[in-house]
Every structure is written in structure tokens, then in C-alpha cells.
Design a binder for this molecule. Structure first.
Ligand code: AMP
Ligand code: ZN
Length: 470
């Protein structure tokens, strides 16, 4: 399986640390607001990754954090804690909004067919692990303390900028333009491991005791501490959005590798942004954003949104428009129609001709999760199944759906169980007889009668199929 590794900037053959098991760490949401559809795109990507690995027979362990403390309004340690700002906006306690938005997040991901991670870990419940990691960095000489915070000295870690592909000089010069909150920081690009509850953070609501006095952890240390706690010091795959490359993941690498002397992550995978209008990134903290609920309010099935995401490769920008969502929704309905009629036909025997589609689907999955190609293979399979009038292709679609996650077997089972009311069933039989006798007037009359009962008919060479109108 080839995966694009952001660290080497090329597709690499995926080789896990142990042959059958794969550990994945996925940067989770900061729970100060609803997730927007851009955030959700990134989690759909992570889900496709884990499903694809399971499809290849790996036993996947996915860990996802919940950021409920320490993520400041700028990733570069300036501004205030997003959680505190969120609580103030809503006039509720931080703990209240943290739990509320975490719950909403998983409601959304469930609706999108995203498999729940094997382990979900909240930052606020792993403070001891973070303190321990900061202490290790301190002892090894990578960290230093000022009266405001404990920082990581980026000049002590060779290759600090290897993920971003920037030079350290560039990084330090860029960081110099940032607002300086602490005059005692050694280098502008140094980042906080621990913030003290003093000065601008004197009234920070969430705070804990530490060897450096009361305070709270920085955002980056949480992911290093929890990833290593649950997956070990070297992990197979780490995922996130591309905005994580220059700061968050750069810092995760520095702190983790400085502490252990080992490679932290073997494969770094990043999803491109969802953009709107003339290419603006959808953002949770600014302006208007679309949530899954806003799509549902307009009558869209969440899985139609998932289907849209599958049609754009995860490393390309997804330019969201209502037209593209309409097209995806129509495509998804067509797909479900095929599944329903195939399931009702009851023909489950798979023929030899489908094997070629299995092979091509697998190739697409293995080529850096090429879902647009996988979806195209799926449509070709359906086209050939229709042409051959061979509904045995359904079992292959169910197999593909282990990766696609579009709830196809649910739709199929529903359709198979959905028996027509006996009087409608006998009307269809009567109509078939009328057609055989070329009594078109009676056949049309029955078609109208069924339409009034909410059933539409489609005459195919192999017989008539019916569908309920919603
Ligand atoms: P946050 O909850 O803000 O920490 O972000 C959650 C995830 O969404 C992170 O992996 C971000 O990289 C990702 N993300 C943020 N904005 C977008 C966007 N416009 N499109 C896709 N992913 C995004
Ligand atoms: Zn993270």
C-alpha cells in the first residue's frame, strides 16, 4: 500500500512496525464550538485511512484526542485559550461546553459513517503524562523556564523544521513578527510546553499543580504525551489537517524525539482544506461556517456529504458548493436505488466477471487512498451489472463499502425486508399480465393507481422493479 508521507514528500510503501497491527494517532477536535464541514472532511479522510488498512487485513488501533485545554487562539502561543473564549461567548462553564461539543462532534461523525476511534482521550485527563514529558525535556536540557512559562528551545533540536521543509532561520525570522508575550523567551520560535497561571493567564480557569507552579499545558505537548502513552514511543501513522504541518506537528516531532531519541512517527498524513467562495479556508473561529446540521436542515443526508468528500482526493482542495453537494446527493440516491433493487432481486451469487473490479478497486485504495478512482470503479461495476442484468454484483459493492462507509448494506437490508403490501403486489402481477397481453390501457391504469399509493415502477428487460417515493 502506498501512502504519501508529508515528511519525505513522496508516496512510500507502507510497512507497519509489527506485521499485523497498525497504530494511528489522529489529532482530534478542539471542543469550543461545533465542527464545521471542513473539520469533518479531515475526519472522513482519517476514517477512510483506517477502513482501508482494515480492508488490507491489518488490525488497526486508532487513538484520537479531545483538545479541551491549552489551544490558544493563535497556534503560535499568542492570544487566549479557545476554550475560555468559547465559554465566555456562551455564558456557560468551560466543562459544560467541552462535554457538549464533544458529544455533538461524535453525533456528527456517527452520522457520517465515521468509525469511532478505539481510544478517545481528553487532554484534561492526561495532565500527569504531560508533566512527566515536560520534566524529561527539562532534565535533558531542551526546556527552560521563565516567570511566565516553560518553553522548548528549538535551537537545541536539530532538524526542527524537517516536516515543514523550512529553514530554522526562516522560521525564527517569521516568528519575530509575532506579538511578543514574553520578553524572556530565548528564541522567537520557541514554543510553550507549560503556561503558568500568572499575568495574562492569572485567571485561567483550568489549572493544575506542577513542578513549575500552577498552570496548564500547551496544546502540542498534549498530543505527544497521549500518542506515546497509548501507542508507544514510535507510532505508525499520525494524521491531521495541513495546517498542522508548520507548527503543531513540527512541535510534536521536536518534543517527542528530543525526549526519546527515537523516530516519533513513521508516516505523517495530512488532509487538504475544504475551501469556499474564491478559495477561502473554512474556519471555526472566524466568520460563518457550515455545520453538518446546516446541511441536514436543507434536507441533505449526511452520507451524501461523505460521498462528495470521497470524490475529491484527500490531498486536493475540496471547493465546496451547493451544486457539488446536489450532484453528490443525486449520485448517492442512484447508488442506493441500485442497491435496493439488487437486494430485492435476491440474487446473491457472485460471478467471475466481478473479480476484475475487485482488483481495480483494491489498486485504487492502495494508491494513496485514491477514492475518486475507487468510486469510478464502483460506477463501472454497476453499469456492467445493469448491462448483464446480474445482481450478484451486490456482494462486491458491500465489500467496497467496507472502505467507502456509505451504509450500503443497511440500505440493502431495508430494501430486502421492505415487502410490498399484498394488494399492491397483486396489482403489479396483474399489470405484467396485461402487458403480456398487450393491454396497454389496463397497464397504464395500474401504473397510475400504484403511483397514488406512492409506488413507482420501472420496466426492465428482466422484469419490473418498484420503488417507494419518499
Ligand atoms: P480544530 O478542532 O480546530 O482543532 O480542527 C480539527 C481538524 O480540522 C484539524 O485536523 C484541522 O487541521 C482540520 N481543519 C481545520 N480547518 C479545516 C478546513 N477548512 N478544511 C479541512 N480541515 C480543516
Ligand atoms: Zn494534535
Amino acid at each position: 500500500m502506498l501512502l504519501y508521507n508529508s515528511l519525505s514528500r513522496r508516496k512510500e510503501e507502507f510497512i507497519p512496525i509489527s506485521p499485523e497491527k497498525v497504530g494511528i494517532y489522529t489529532c482530534g477536535p478542539t471542543v469550543y464550538n461545533y465542527a464545521h464541514i471542513g473539520n469533518l472532511r479531515t475526519y472522513i479522510f482519517a476514517d477512510v485511512l483506517r477502513r482501508s488498512l482494515s480492508y488490507q487485513g491489518y488490525n488497526v488501533k486508532q487513538v484520537m484526542n479531545i483538545t479541551d485545554v491549552g489551544h490558544l487562539t493563535s497556534d503560535e502561543d499568542t492570544g487566549e485559550d479557545k476554550m475560555e473564549a468559547g465559554a465566555r461567548r456562551e455564558g456557560r462553564s468551560i466543562w459544560d461546553i467541552a462535554r457538549f461539543y464533544e458529544e455533538k462532534f461524535f453525533e456528527d461523525t456517527d452520522a457520517l459513517g465515521i468509525t469511532r476511534p478505539d481510544i478517545v482521550c481528553r487532554a484534561t485527563e492526561h495532565i500527569p503524562q504531560m508533566i512527566e514529558l515536560v520534566e524529561r525535556l527539562y532534565e535533558l536540557g531542551y526546556a527552560y523556564e521563565t516567570d511566565q512559562a516553560v518553553y522548548f528551545d528549538v535551537t537545541k533540536f536539530p532538524d526542527y523544521t524537517k516536516l515543514a521543509g523550512q529553514s530554522l532561520e526562516e522560521k525564527i525570522i517569521a516568528a519575530r513578527d509575532e506579538v511578543k508575550e514574553d520578553p524572556n523567551k530565548r528564541n522567537a520560535a520557541d514554543f510553550a510546553l507549560w503556561f503558568k497561571a500568572v499575568g495574562r493567564f492569572q485567571n485561567h480557569i483550568m489549572q493544575w499543580d506542577s513542578p513549575w507552579g500552577r498552570g496548564f499545558p500547551g496544546w502540542h505537548i498534549e498530543c505527544s504525551a497521549m500518542a506515546m502513552h497509548y501507542l508507544g514511543e514510535t507510532i505508525d501513522i499520525h494524521t491531521g489537517g495541513i495546517d498542522h504541518i508548520p507548527v503543531h506537528h513540527t512541535n510534536e516531532i521536536a518534543q517527542s524525539e528530543a525526549a526519546t531519541g527515537k523516530t516519533f512517527v513513521r508516516y505523517w498524513l495530512h488532509a487538504e482544506f475544504l475551501v469556499v467562495g474564491s478559495g477561502e479556508k473554512m474556519a471555526k473561529s472566524e466568520g460563518e461556517f457550515l455545520t453538518l446540521q446546516s446541511l441536514k436542515n436543507r434536507g441533505y443526508d449526511p452520507l451524501a456529504y461523505r460521498f462528495l468528500c470521497l470524490q475529491v482526493h484527500y490531498r486536493s482542495k475540496l471547493n465546496f458548493t451547493w451544486e457539488s453537494l446536489d450532484a453528490a446527493a443525486a449520485g448517492y440516491r442512484r447508488l442506493l436505488d441500485f442497491v435496493s433493487s439488487a437486494a430485492r432481486s435476491g440474487d446473491g451469487t457472485e460471478k467471475e466477471w466481478v473479480q476484475d473490479y475487485r482488483r481495480r478497486f483494491n489498486e485504487a485504495v492502495n494508491d494513496d487512498l485514491n477514492m475518486p478512482r475507487a468510486v469510478a470503479v464502483m460506477w463501472e461495476l454497476i453499469k456492467e451489472a445493469n448491462a448483464r442484468e446480474d445482481m450478484g454484483a451486490l456482494s462486491v459493492l458491500y465489500d467496497f463499502d467496507r472502505v467507502l462507509g456509505l451504509s450500503l448494506s443497511r440500505a440493502g437490508e431495508q430494501a430486502a425486508q421492505d415487502r410490498l403490501e399484498p394488494h399492491l403486489e397483486s396489482l403489479i402481477k396483474e399489470r405484467e399480465k396485461a402487458r403480456a397481453e398487450k393491454n396497454w390501457a389496463r397497464a397504464d391504469e395500474i401504473r397510475k393507481q400504484l403511483a397514488e399509493a406512492g409506488i413507482i415502477l420501472e420496466d426492465r428487460p428482466d422484469g419490473t422493479i418498484w420503488k417507494r417515493i419518499n
